[in-house]
Design a binder for this molecule. Structure first.
Ligand SMILES: [Zn+2]
Length: 73
């Protein structure tokens, strides 16, 4: 069986839109915990589509880019 157990991230409805919490709200389950806040967890929500199973919010995505830059400078 190749099916992953699947992590179910918190979602909520807002004005008919599907919102999901950033996967770095739980670094232990996140695919990219290194992008999360260094002190604590991420609590950013963003709109997602019906197919989306995990979210990396813009804050963590920005952090990932900065991290790469920092390593090279
Ligand atoms: Zn995040």
């Amino acid at each position: 069986m190749s099916k992953e157990p699947g992590t179910v991230w918190k979602t909520k409805e807002k004005d008919g839109r599907r919102m999901m919490i950033c996967q770095n709200s739980n670094p232990e389950l996140s695919k990219y915990p290194q992008w999360g806040p260094s002190d604590g967890v991420c609590e950013e929500w963003a709109e997602v589509g019906d197919e989306t199973v995990s979210l990396t919010c813009w804050r963590c995505a920005t952090r990932s880019v900065r991290g790469i830059d920092n390593d090279r400078i």
